[in-house]
Design a protein around this ligand. Structure first.
Ligand code: CA
Length: 229
């Protein structure tokens, strides 16, 4: 497999870090390995990665602090957190801090590679193609929703939801579609999340004075309206 993706691995268990680095290189990725949080952060700030594999428990600066710092600096590289079984709370905190996914140790090679492929998939889309519907444009690189001369930054989930809505236009996106594509599982909390994020997106459309509206099709899902003027 030939690809030009570059991945950063931040893990203090040297054996594991080296093994992950070797697996990635075997698959054709370039891999940099850091064994503590600070070095990992420095590399992540200095280089452009397609994905960061980040352990939570690290000496010096823990993974969650590294992640928060990156997100504050508006570095939106997809982050896969590595957690130990006992670190369930950290996992939730990590997702709140802006991690994209997590993997519980120990894991098998196939699982790791599948997660990386899923996380980097969106990046394979040529990013100069910005989806449009009606008077709104989704700016893929900056993660912004644009209407006329106004723009607003979307959160990661908001962005993914808007991308899905625009791709369907006036066709309905069901709650199941959102949960499957964005959360990847079907817990009740995810179903409630869909409603919450839809309300955020509606507020942002209003802020932009867009003619586009997100319509609820009760019991079915959501679709866009107002594309034709
Ligand atoms: Ca560790």
């Amino acid at each position: 497999m030939v690809c030009d993706m570059r991945i950063l691995v931040v893990e203090d268990e040297i054996g594991l870090a080296d093994a992950v680095g070797a697996i990635l290189r075997m698959e054709g990725y370039s891999a940099d390995v850091a064994n503590d949080g600070r070095t990992g952060l420095e590399l992540a700030l200095k280089n452009e990665y397609d994905c960061i594999i980040l352990d939570i428990m690290l000496p010096g600066m823990n993974g969650l602090d590294v992640l928060s710092y990156l997100r504050v600096k508006e570095i939106e590289t997809p982050v896969l957190l590595l957690t130990a079984k006992s670190e369930t709370d950290d996992k939730i905190k990590g997702l709140d801090c802006g991690a994209d996914d997590y993997l519980t140790k120990p894991f098998v090679k196939g699982e790791l590679l599948a997660r990386i492929r899923a996380m980097t998939r969106r990046r394979n889309i040529p990013q100069d193609i910005n989806p449009k519907y009606g008077d709104i444009t989704l700016e893929m690189k900056k993660g912004e929703l644009i209407c006329g001369s106004s723009s607003v930054v979307l959160g990661r989930k908001e962005f993914q939801m808007m991308e899905l809505l625009i791709s369907r236009g006036e066709q309905i996106v069901t709650k199941e579609d959102f949960v499957k594509k964005i959360w990847g599982s079907g817990g009740d909390s995810e179903y409630n999340n869909v409603e919450v994020y839809i309300s955020f997106l509606r507020k942002k459309l209003q802020m932009l004075h867009s003619a586009v509206q997100i319509k609820t099709r009760r019991g079915i899902g959501y679709c866009l309206e107002g594309g034709r003027r």
